[in-house]
Write a protein that binds this ligand. Structure first.
Ligand code: ADP
Ligand code: MG
Length: 230
């Protein structure tokens, strides 16, 4: 279980507060207006931004000060950040070892991840030689090989059209289930929430609210969420 204990995150003048637990194995959508702090929240959980206050826990271990690679967390940033000069297989290998000194077992894991996301045989290609959807699959594979119990995805498929996005969401859904992972995914599309999320974290007004069951929340949204959904 991931626990955010009275957390404050500062980005310049911007402050975001959060105080809640995330239930293991649930898929949670993180929604809210542009600039509300969704990326900030994920970045802080992933260890890419320091906390200005509060503590972060995973199970019984405090991870407030842990470096990103030492956390039980794999994160996919808003812009995918595949390295254009590296092959897809090497991009995925970075998820296992940042120095890319991969053992035969590591190479086998990369091949397995490629296969699982539907990119079998494409490991030698550069990102620029893949379609947008295939690049998203490669980025997902890099998250997958890290084999972490918590997965953070920041608007992973915003650049894709609706049909492809649905396909990718279904893949994320299945991959999360197979890995028994806890998923936090930022999206701005309520349809994505309905498609994949058990719970919703609404970020607005300098606060990330505790996760609420998605169906009930969308059925009967509080005024701020109603205003956001339109
Ligand atoms: P969201 O992902 O919900 O669109 P962000 O988390 O990216 O929002 O940004 C939240 C707020 O933090 C915004 O007001 C933004 O201007 C501010 N911000 C983001 N990055 C920085 C930064 N590096 N320095 C200062 N302020 C930042
Ligand atoms: Mg963002």
């Amino acid at each position: 279980m991931l626990r955010l204990e009275k957390i404050t995150i500062a980005q310049g003048d911007f402050l975001l507060k959060a105080d809640f637990r995330v239930t293991p194995g649930r898929k949670t959508a993180v929604i809210g207006p542009s600039g509300a702090g969704k990326s900030t929240l994920l970045g802080a959980i992933g260890g890419f931004l320091p906390l200005a206050g509060g503590k972060l826990w995973y199970r019984d271990a405090e991870i407030t000060e842990a470096k990103p690679g030492q956390r039980p967390i794999a994160m996919l940033f808003q812009d995918n950040n595949l390295f254009p000069h590296l092959s897809i297989a090497r991009n995925i290998g970075l998820g296992i070892r940042p120095d890319l000194k991969l053992s035969p077992e590591d190479h086998a894991r990369v091949a397995k991840a490629l296969e699982r996301v539907g990119l079998h045989g494409m490991g030698d290609r550069k990102p620029g030689e893949l379609s947008g959807g295939q690049q998203s699959r490669a980025a997902l594979a890099r998250v997958l090989v890290q084999d972490r119990p918590v997965i953070l995805l920041d608007e992973p498929f915003a650049a894709l059209g609706p049909a492809l996005r649905h396909e990718m969401l279904d893949l994320v859904h299945d991959l999360s289930d197979e890995a028994n992972a806890t998923l936090l995914m930022v999206t701005h599309d309520p349809q994505d929430v309905r498609r994949i999320a058990d719970d919703v974290i609404f970020v607005e007004g300098g606060r990330a609210a505790a996760p609420q069951p998605a169906a009930a929340l969308l059925e009967n949204p509080p005024p701020a969420l109603q205003a956001y959904l339109g």
